[in-house]
Design a protein around this ligand. Structure first.
Ligand SMILES: *Cc1c(COP(=O)(O)O)cnc(C)c1O
Length: 322
């Protein structure tokens, strides 16, 4: 758990690692191969470091003296990790709902943690009020640098000679979706469908597709907190027009159960935001029928603990048979 305090990288180097792409012997069945892109193995615990590493490196080159983030989740943790690697101070403003574990991880990477506000919007407002001219504000999903950093995972898939018939990923604010689409398009794979998974309580992409326009949810309520964006970013909506995006939804219970099964089967602990994508494969969802080769982005989750999993399994057990 203790990060290497000597992580120092030049501003020209990537802060993320190349992750394994492995076939799941358990999720593959019959003619169908299910491949796992193991972003859970990123040093910050999630795929976020790909894009956030790219953004932070770029802003550092432009002279940023400090990084400011408003996230107690994987985005904030990736910023803290990047700041440490680039030797640039980081301030993360997190809402009061943020777990002790998340705050501990942020501080472990040397970030200053400010607890402000009852929710993300309030924390974000406070973070904005702190900004000095020499600061760079690092958005969790709505920044072209993030998308192009996230796109690198598709380059790695292509380089491994696996040609998927579909890519399964989870959608919160849609930065991952925008990045994967950018990667597919630049690899000449723009025709490959993206199965964009959300939980019912945070289905902002689904709502926009239903409405035929970018739409904001009144409320989000899900255990998959990394998916709890009320609205997807404009670029994610753009991708729905240019690429083949198929919306899929799962329940919190399915997402948490998938985390448990994945731990059992692959010995890796991920959070429900990631479990949502895995749940599609575990439930042999219709969206996956007839596809021969599927790549699931195992997006990870740094703040998940065995205890949280046990609590959530308990909480959702009444709804477990859906
Ligand atoms: C951020 C995050 C997501 C959602 O990504 P967006 O770019 O916001 O759509 C999904 N899973 C995990 C683990 C995340 O950290």
């Amino acid at each position: 758990m203790t990060p290497d305090p000597s992580i120092h990288r030049g501003p020209d180097l990537d802060l993320h690692i190349q992750t394994p792409l492995i076939q799941s012997p358990i999720l593959s069945a019959g003619q169908q191969e299910v491949w796992l892109k193991m972003e859970a193995f990123q040093p910050s615990g999630s795929f976020k470091i790909r894009g956030i590493g790219r953004a932070c490196t770029t802003y550092a080159q432009r002279g940023a003296a400090r990084f400011v983030a408003a996230s107690g989740g994987n985005a904030g943790i990736a910023v803290a990790y990047a700041g440490r690697a680039l030797s640039i101070p980081v301030v993360t403003v997190v809402p009061q709902t943020t777990s002790v574990k998340a705050c501990d991880i942020l501080r472990l990477y040397g970030a200053e943690v400010i607890i402000a506000g009852a929710n993300f919007n309030e924390a974000n407002r406070f973070a904005q009020s702190l900004l000095r001219p020499t600061d760079a504000f690092i958005h969790p999903f709505d920044d072209p640098h993030l998308w192009s950093g996230h796109a690198s995972m598709v380059d790695e898939i292509k380089a491994s000679n696996i040609r998927p018939d579909a890519i399964v990923l989870s959608v919160g604010g849609g930065g991952l979706l925008a990045g994967v689409a950018e990667g597919l398009n630049r690899q000449g794979w723009g025709h490959i469908p993206i199965i964009a998974t959300e939980t019912y309580g945070a289905a902002s992409l689904h709502a926009s597709l239903q409405a035929g326009k970018l739409t904001s949810l009144e409320e989000v309520a899900t255990l998959a907190t990394s998916l709890a964006a009320k609205q997807i970013c404009g670029q994610a909506w753009e991708v729905c027009q240019t690429n083949k995006v198929i919306s899929a939804r799962v329940s919190d219970a399915q997402a948490v159960k998938a985390c448990e099964a994945f731990l059992e089967d692959h010995r890796v602990l991920v959070e429900p935001a990631c479990g949502a994508s895995l749940a599609l494969a575990y439930s042999r969802a219709n969206e996956l029928a007839d596809l021969r080769k599927i790549v699931i982005i195992v997006c990870g989750g740094a703040t998940m603990s065995p205890q949280m999993m046990a609590t959530w399994l308990e909480q959702t057990s009444s709804a477990r048979c859906d």
